[in-house]
Design a protein around this ligand. Structure first.
Ligand SMILES: C[S@@+](CC[C@H](N)C(=O)[O-])C[C@H]1O[C@@H](n2cnc3c(N)ncnc32)[C@H](O)[C@@H]1O
Length: 249
């Protein structure tokens, strides 16, 4: 715990609240700053903090950049030739993982609004010569893709950051093939703390999260046929409600 506190201090997180206030609670600026500091810390700690990320499949410098505690790909029907979209891909960790399975006939696209993370993802793609992966700067709404394009869409700990959750789910559905599948791994434990009152909650404690019931209600409104929740237990955090929402069109 002390080690984590030290990292956070070193990354400048102790004055993060003030930083956010000085920027007039601008959500996008604060979020990008949060992930700039997060990348700095991930580089420094040199270990993968995600207990569910498959170990020794990717180069360690990629594996160590996972900024989630989940692995949505593990619930997908990914296969050779699949077209995959990862929304909120961060430094591209899950995209690189997916690229191993889809092979040369498949394609993986990662999209994320934080430029510094996309820069890192592109750097790693070039360094390890991974040709079936592409990265774009952007967010979940609107998605710059044609209708019915992807077999599988994943989001790994990024959905709670999405402000208009209904609009984003409608967008995800639009670009998904009719027989496609979406897997969203996230916290589903709403803190009910608004960004303006407690900005740091949005980033440290997934303050924008919705409950499983709320999510399923939004998915219904977005027109999804099925939406099931699989909870993932964390023995050290018994109160945490985190897991996977699996959606079909
Ligand atoms: C906790 S990180 C997870 C990154 C990556 N999925 C991983 O597992 O390492 C959350 C990511 O969501 C991105 N994000 C924030 N708002 C978003 C939005 N509206 N649409 C898509 N991605 C978003 C952030 O830039 C950040 O990279």
């Amino acid at each position: 715990m002390n080690r984590i506190k030290e990292w956070l201090k070193e990354g400048g997180f102790s004055d993060f609240d003030r930083f956010v206030r000085e920027h007039n609670f601008d959500f996008i600026i604060a979020m990008k700053e949060h992930y700039r500091r997060g990348l700095y810390l991930a580089d420094k700690q040199k270990m993968c903090l995600n207990p569910n990320f498959p170990k020794n499949v990717l180069p360690k410098e990629i594996e160590d950049l996972s900024m989630s505690i989940l692995n949505p790909l593990s619930l997908t029907k990914i296969k050779e030739g699949s077209f995959i979209l990862d929304v909120g891909c961060g430094a591209g960790v899950d995209c690189f993982l997916a690229s191993k399975t889809v092979g040369t006939k498949g394609l993986v696209i990662g999209i994320d609004p934080t430029e510094i993370l996309i820069e890192r993802a592109n750097f790693l793609k070039d360094k390890y010569k991974i040709s079936n992966v592409e990265f774009k700067i952007g967010n979940s709404d609107p998605l710059p893709f044609e209708d019915n394009f992807f077999d599988i869409i994943t989001m790994n700990y990024s959905f709670h950051l999405v402000k208009d959750k209904l609009k984003s789910l409608v967008e995800l559905k639009r670009v998904l093939k009719p027989d496609g599948q979406i897997v969203i791994g996230d916290s589903f434990m709403p803190s009910k703390i608004g960004f303006v009152n407690k900005p740091e909650e949005w980033f440290y404690r997934a303050g924008g999260a919705v409950s499983p019931d709320e999510f399923q209600e939004i998915a219904k409104k977005a027109g999804f046929r099925e939406c099931s929740f699989t909870k993932k237990d964390y023995p050290e955090l018994p109160e945490l409600i985190a897991g996977y929402m699996v959606l079909t069109k």
